[in-house]
Design a protein. Structure first.
Length: 268
């Protein structure tokens, strides 16, 4: 059961009782005083500090999002075990993610660049302030102040006509539920999966990823495999785009007609 209500206090009590632990013994394991832990569980702590969120989330093996937004008292034991095992069935993209950023001497956020050689490390260190601080960084005066930006390199030709090797600047997407169908995004995936540049469409339990180059087949990824999403803002390249041929223009027109027909069918 998902709600905008904050279930943090009742969830802590539920999980502590499942372990048959006293507040004092749990507080000791969490390296905090009993009075501080009791303030969390009794609801006196309205806005838990990030360190406490991480500490308690790590101990119970459950996402911060579930601890805050899912009423665990309404779930069966099997569902709670699924959450503990990392199968966060309730994540819809609005889970709390702490984004590490750097600022310049004027306290303006930098645009960090994730080079190809750092892509694997980024998946493990994307929330580590020290890792982010070590990335190349620059500033761009014309970027909106209302969003956070990062630059990622692209590989392959799946997004032609955007040329292979282009550097894509994306704005951080905090709420995945706001992504419109076929929004071009950089998607950061878990494990050995790559960070990809695709058209993104949200589905029930994940995302459909499509290439602009129709040679590549679309595929889906579960939301649990996604770490971050950065909405396309612009790209940098040292290549001059080739002029479109008549065949490419016709193919584009046909695709637009098909898309319009799909929209018309859904409205009927």
């Amino acid at each position: 059961m998902i709600s905008q209500q904050n279930f943090w206090p009742t969830n802590l009590k539920k999980l502590r009782n499942r372990k048959n632990m006293s507040q004092e013994s749990l507080a000791l394991l969490l390296n905090m005083s009993r009075s501080k832990y009791n303030a969390h569980e009794s609801g006196q702590t309205v806005n838990p500090v990030v360190e406490d969120l991480f500490r308690i989330s790590d101990y119970f093996g459950m996402s911060i999002d579930s601890l805050l937004r899912v009423d665990l008292t309404k779930l069966s034991e099997s569902k709670i075990r699924e959450l503990e095992e990392g199968n966060d069935l309730y994540r819809k993209g609005t889970q709390l993610r702490v984004l590490s950023v750097t600022v310049d001497k004027n306290d303006t956020e930098n645009v960090e660049y994730v080079p190809v050689k750092a892509k694997a490390g980024y998946r493990n260190g994307f929330s580590d302030p020290e890792f982010i601080a070590a990335l190349p960084k620059f500033s761009m005066p014309n970027l909106p102040k209302s969003a956070m930006f990062r630059m990622f390199p692209t590989t392959g030709d799946s997004m032609l006509p955007i040329p292979e090797g282009a550097d894509v600047i994306g704005s951080f997407v905090q709420d995945w539920t706001n992504i419109k169908p076929r929004t071009m995004c950089i998607v950061i995936l878990k494990g050995e999966q790559d960070m990809v540049f695709k058209q993104v469409t949200q589905q029930d339990e994940g995302f459909l990823l499509e290439s602009l180059n129709t040679v590549y087949q679309p595929y889906t990824v579960p939301a649990s495999d996604v770490l971050e999403i950065w909405k396309f803002y612009s790209y940098q390249t040292n290549e001059i785009p080739e002029q479109q041929t008549d065949l490419q223009t016709m193919a584009k027109a046909i695709k637009e007609i098909r898309d319009d027909l799909k929209i018309m069918k859904t409205k009927k």
